[in-house]
Write a protein that binds this ligand. Sequence first.
Ligand code: NAD
Length: 456
Amino acid sequence: MNIAIIGTGYVGLVTGTCFAETGNHVICMDVVKEKISKLRKGVSPIYEPGLDSLIFKNLTTKRLNFTTSLDDAVISSNVIFLCLPTPPGADGSADLKYVKEVSEKIGRILNENSISDYKLVVTKSTVPVGTADELRDIFRKYSNARIGVASNPEFLKEGNAVQDFMFPDRVVIGVDEPQAEKILRELYEPFVRTGAPVLVMDSRSAEMVKYAANAFLATRISFMNEIARLCENLGADVEKVRTAIGYDNRIGPKFLFPGIGWGGSCFPKDVKALIKMGEQASVETAIVSAVNAVNDEQKKLIPQKVKKHFGQNLAGKKFAVWGLSFKPKTDDMREAPSIVVINELVSAGANVVAFDPVAIERAKEVFSTGKAAGLKVTSSKGVRKYGKIEFAKDQYAALKDADALILVTEWQEFREPDLNLMKKYMKEPVIFDGRNIYNPERLRELGFVYYGIGRR
Ligand code: NAD
């Protein structure tokens, strides 16, 4: 099949590359020229395990192409996937401006070129319930072409995106006509050979599936974070509680890990968008609203613990931060809890030295665009300083003369560090473990002061 991917970001690039890998001809389009020229050379603009080699392979076989021309992408394809951003608007609702603008342009392009073949436009972006219907209206308004609309929410996890796409738990297809169903079933057939179901439903239900799934996962984490706070205050250990409830078949062990709050490009915006959808439909979303509020508080928990140990004024203190991306195995900094943690520390006068295996460049972008308060960039003789934050070249360099270590993102390389070396480098052997990855007893035996989340 000839496929166009509009929006070549985390979702679009993985989707396009995986469809090319199964033999389709794919053209990925994006408005960012630098991204497209990098990709044409086989260089991935994002960090995603296993993706680089697949891009390179499919580029070489010419099944995968990249362009900045929407016209070329639309005209040469039968199926057009929208993988565009749907960021939160000022009121929390999903902003559909990219999706709507591009849809209008697609309608015009097909009309102006008098294209009569059937084209299927598929939303892979996470969009509010009713968006497929809105897009049908847009296409009717701007085009006489035969355009089908389908919803195909994406469930890949950054850091494991290629695997997730190649071996999905399920494929959800929201369609209102048999032709669209036939095309999407055929396209996904190679990915569901091991028995994963293809769930076909109306487009409104498919759109809701994605929000319900993300809100439910966020709920599990926020629930455990609330239980962790209770454990801490009542003298129980949340790790023991988590393990024990996870053995209950009705509950299961996944997404029960307490920590410093969820972030990333999906949960925060999707939870807010669901609350907004509830408001617009006059349906109270008490659970989802509480999940969001608990998370906002949770992100501030580690800075609160730091201040309890060192005092409210952190001037003259230096903190090492391990991990910046919102989770391991990605360089994605969107809504990363590290931003809140670093912000709070710097606002209280502290200096921060951070290290992350892959996200430092993206973190610099975040801190230099003013998204983190108090981190103004100064430029002098070609040296960029990020206010009170420095970026270390490795995890141990970050520890030199640090008053404490704050573990924010649980990358594998942080799990079994050289504790003796750490103690040697640090001014004070204090660890704030935001992900409960260390053994408190062992650390205390070695003379560390240890703070976890909800642990005795
Ligand atoms: P992203 O920001 O990484 O990618 C979006 C891409 O669209 C960017 O490369 C951007 O340059 C491009 N773009 C913006 N305007 C454009 C235009 N007019 N024409 C062409 N390209 C344009 O975003 P993402 O993480 O890939 O997410 C895309 C959608 O998929 C969102 O709705 C998101 O909620 C959803 N989603 C994301 C994930 C995830 O893990 N990232 C998972 C499932 C669903």
